[in-house]
Every structure is written in structure tokens, then in C-alpha cells.
Design a protein around this ligand. Structure first.
Ligand code: AMP
Length: 454
């Protein structure tokens, strides 16, 4: 199937070509015609499947380039100054759980709508409301928003939702997890009942099914990946390692394996900063992205990572949600999640749009229950990393000065197949001056030893 078969307008086809897409992904092939036909859709799809284009392209088509409807003006001649009504009213609202996802969705509308005349913007918390207020007052056709900030703008009178024709709830399960359901219900009460609604979620827990029943009208269900299905083309490996051995294991992996761009997950903001400090001391360029960082710091970190200036991004789950970064070669679960579905979200960051990826999980003795749950959901085992290509854990840890005895269980019998020398990217070894290939005998004096146990 080609994009031309999906009844998309010329300008959209041109935008898709410019974006470098050759064929529609499965969710695009299914959802685009449904949305063009005005159907409500309940989509079970994770990030990385091309779901954003699946709804953004047909929405742009449906809104078209027609002049926005004249909104009602109801001026009373009471002498009070009234704010000038916006030039256009919001016709499509997309709700998303995080600022990063909101920005990415808005960027996608920009990419696919570049040859059209519709205006879009994203509003989200954590930044000054002023510029967003002014953009909203100037009028947009498509608004992407996180729920809390949207409610703020609504109560400030910056935006009205009474002209909404299309509503999208993206990553609904994450919005549920983040406690946004009451906000969403409040927003829904201000949107016209007669509208088209699309609800997308990576998983379909009962509260999301209930929400779907409440807000969708005779929807078509589209399930691109099973609820439990991980992104295809991702290899899963596990490392038995206790907490104190993790810094050394991470450095060793970055050094000994062909990792070109890694997203590292920790559970806490503090933990994320700690990993960054460890990597910086070891000479690896890394940044953290989490809720305590200002929006500007997060944007900068993301841009540097996307541009390849930093090779490692350390993130908490909420901050990483929806990140759209191509070519992440490895997702590293520095701290394993105890929610199997979060594991699927995490690894959805690699192996995107058909590329292959690798997920490496550090498993401590406390994590065995979580590991079992994840493996049950995946219906596969996270292969113990004895034979992980190019990696020899015992050798790597020993060379970090972090004896195998210290990181109980992290080595022992799992060094049989490795062999070292994985051709690590130069970006991971800025202090080294060599070719970037690691060898058994290579001295590691460039790295402070204390970093291994910090
Ligand atoms: P999403 O699931 O919407 O987050 O998209 C994941 C990634 O796939 C993004 O980087 C998109 O730019 C990319 N993408 C979306 N559709 C296609 C397509 N048809 N062909 C190639 N890449 C795509």
C-alpha cells in the first residue's frame, strides 16, 4: 500500500514525501481512511508505530484549508472593554500527557501541514503562560495541550473549546496514570458533543475502556500491536547486577559494545542526576531529562541528544514518555521498572519505525518479581547477557576496578561468550584518544576509578 492509496490531498502527500516516508505503517494504513470518513476510532497502539501521522494527516485533511467558521460574538453594549475575539477558533484539540509529547505532536502537525494554511500550537505547563496566552488569543486551528495547562488557559479566557470538531486523546493510559482523568472530564464537559473523537492508548486498562465507552460514538477499534506486544525488532538482554555494581556495568557497556545512542532509564530524578554525574566523571557526554529540569534545560538536552552531541540521555519514565528520537540503538533499564507495561513503553523508544534496537536491563536481586512479570507480559525471557555481542562483563568490571565480588551476580558465569572489543562509538570515549575499539589489554587510566563505585 502507498500513501497515494489513502485518499490524502496532494499537499499532504508532498509533506509525507518531504518527511522521507515511503510507505504507510500498519496503523496509518488502517486509521487514515477511517478518520477521513469521519469515524470515531479507539486505537491500541504504542509510540514508534507511526500513530501520530495516523491521526495528524487525516485531521489536516478534514480541516482542510477552508476559512475558519465565523464564531459568535455576543457583545453587550455595557461600556466595558471586551478582549478582541481570536481571529480563528480551535477546531481540533489533542490532549497529551507530557510537554515533550505535546511538543512532538505539534511538530508533527507542522511537518505534515507545512504546505497548508492551518495554524497549530502546543501549550503545556512548566513555562511562562504569557507567550502561550498571546498565541492562543491570536487564534489557532489545532491545539495540542497537556490537560492542566489547558484548564489554566480556559479559566484565563485565552481559549474556548466550543468550536471543536475533532478531539484526540493521545496516550490515554499515561494520562490516567498521571492522574489527569478529572481534568480530562472537566475539559470534555466544555467540548461540543457533536464531534469526531479519537482515543489512542498503548494499553487498555478498564478505566480507559470505560472512558472510551463514555466519549466515543460507535467507534472502530484498531489494534496494531497486542496490548502485551513490545516494539518489534528489539532484542532483550538482562544483566544480574546489584546496585553498587551498576555504574561500572554501565561504563563497561558503553565502552565495550557498539552502542551509538542510548536512552538510560532510572526510577527517580535524583537517580537520573546521579547517573549523569557518574558518566561525566567517566568522560561520557550525558544529560538528564526529568521533571525537576526547566523546560529550557529539557529542550536543550533533547536537542543535543537528537543532534548526536550527547550520546546518552538519562530519563525518568514520565519525562521520556513520547520522546520521538530516531536511531536510539539501546534502551538501558538502569533501574528495572516494576510495571511491565512501563517496560514496553521504555523499549518503545528503540526499534522505531522498523529499525532494530536493543534493550538492556540491569536486574538486581530485588527485581526478580518485576522481571518475572515483564517476561510474562512479553511472553519471552530477557536473555541473560552471557552471549551479548562484544561484551564480557567480568573483564569489563575488573578493568573498571570494580571487582566481581563487589557486584554480586553481575559477572560470575556470564562472561563466557563475550570476548570484548565491540567497536564502541568514539562518542563514548572522548578521553581515550584511540580508535574507540576496546581491547582486553587496553589501559583504562583515563577514567577515575572512584567513578566505578559512585
Ligand atoms: P510515532 O509512533 O508517531 O511516535 O512515530 C514514530 C516515528 O516514526 C517518528 O519518528 C516518525 O517520524 C516516524 N514515521 C511515522 N510514519 C512513518 C512512515 N510511514 N515511514 C517512516 N517513518 C515514519
Amino acid at each position: 500500500m502507498n500513501f497515494e492509496d489513502l485518499r490524502l490531498d496532494k499537499s499532504l502527500l508532498e509533506a509525507v514525501r518531504t518527511a522521507g516516508y515511503e510507505t504507510p505503517t500498519p496503523i496509518q494504513a488502517e486509521v487514515i481512511p477511517l478518520v477521513i470518513d469521519g469515524k470515531d476510532v479507539l486505537g491500541c497502539a504504542q509510540t514508534g508505530t507511526g500513530k501520530t501521522a495516523a491521526f495528524a494527516l487525516p485531521i489536516l485533511q478534514r480541516l482542510g484549508d477552508a476559512p475558519p467558521p465565523q464564531h459568535r460574538t455576543n457583545y453587550k453594549n455595557d461600556g466595558k472593554p471586551r478582549p478582541r475575539p481570536p481571529a480563528r477558533k480551535v477546531r481540533c484539540l489533542v490532549l497529551a500527557p507530557t510537554r515533550e509529547l505535546a511538543v512532538q505532536i505539534a511538530d508533527s502537525f507542522g511537518t505534515y501541514g507545512k504546505f497548508g494554511r492551518l495554524k497549530h500550537t502546543a501549550v503545556f505547563g512548566g513555562v511562562n503562560k504569557g507567550p502561550q496566552f498571546r498565541t492562543l488569543r491570536a487564534g489557532v486551528d489545532i491545539l495540542v495541550a497537556t490537560p492542566g495547562r489547558l484548564l489554566d488557559h480556559m479559566s484565563d479566557g485565552a481559549v474556548s473549546l466550543d468550536s471543536i470538531e475533532i478531539l484526540v486523546l493521545d496516550e490515554a493510559d499515561r494520562m490516567l496514570d498521571m492522574g489527569f482523568m478529572p481534568d480530562i472530564r472537566r475539559i470534555l464537559s466544555k467540548i461540543p458533543k457533536k464531534r469526531q473523537t479519537l482515543l489512542l492508548s498503548a494499553t487498555m486498562p478498564p478505566p480507559i475502556r470505560k472512558l472510551a465507552r463514555d466519549i466515543l460514538d460507535n467507534p472502530v477499534s484498531v489494534e496494531v500491536a497486542r496490548v502485551s506486544a513490545p516494539a518489534v525488532a528489539v532484542d532483550h538482554w538482562s544483566y544480574r547486577v546489584e546496585k553498587d555494581g551498576k555504574p561500572a556495568l554501565l561504563s563497561a557497556l558503553l565502552d565495550h559494545t557498539a552502542i551509538s545512542r542510548a536512552l538510560v532509564f532510572t526510577r527517580t530524578k535524583y537517580g537520573a542526576d546521579k547517573v549523569v554525574r557518574h558518566l561525566s566523571r567517566a568522560g561520557v557526554k550525558a544529560d538528564a531529562i526529568h521533571g525537576n529540569k526547566s523546560q529550557n534545560a529539557r529542550t536543550r538536552a533533547l536537542a543535543a541528544f537528537k543532534a548526536g552531541k550527547t550520546a546518552v540521555l538519562v530519563a525518568t519514565d514520565i519525562a521520556a514518555r513520547g520522546l520521538d528520537i530516531d536511531d536510539i540503538s539501546h534502551v538501558i533499564n538502569y533501574v528495572l521498572t516494576n510495571e511491565p507495561e512501563t517496560y514496553i513503553h521504555r523499549i518503545g523508544r528503540t526499534g522505531r519505525a522498523g529499525a532494530s534496537g536493543t534493550a538492556l536491563s540491569f536486574v538486581s536481586s530485588e527485581d526478580h518479581g518485576s522481571l518475572r512479570d515483564i517476561e510474562r507480559l512479553l511472553r519471552t525471557v530477557l536473555q541473560p547477557a552471557i552471549d551479548f555481542p562484544g561484551y564480557n562483563a567480568a573483564e569489563a568490571l575488573a578493568s573498571q576496578g570494580n571487582g566481581t565480588g563487589k557486584s554480586r551476580g553481575s559477572s560470575g558465569n556470564r562472561n563466557r561468550g563475550g570476548g570484548g572489543g565491540g567497536g564502541a562509538s568514539d562518542r563514548f570515549a572522548p578521553k581515550r584518544g584511540g580508535s574507540g575499539r576496546s581491547t582486553k589489554s587496553r589501559p583504562r587510566s583515563g577514567r577515575p576509578r572512584r567513578s566505578a563505585a559512585s
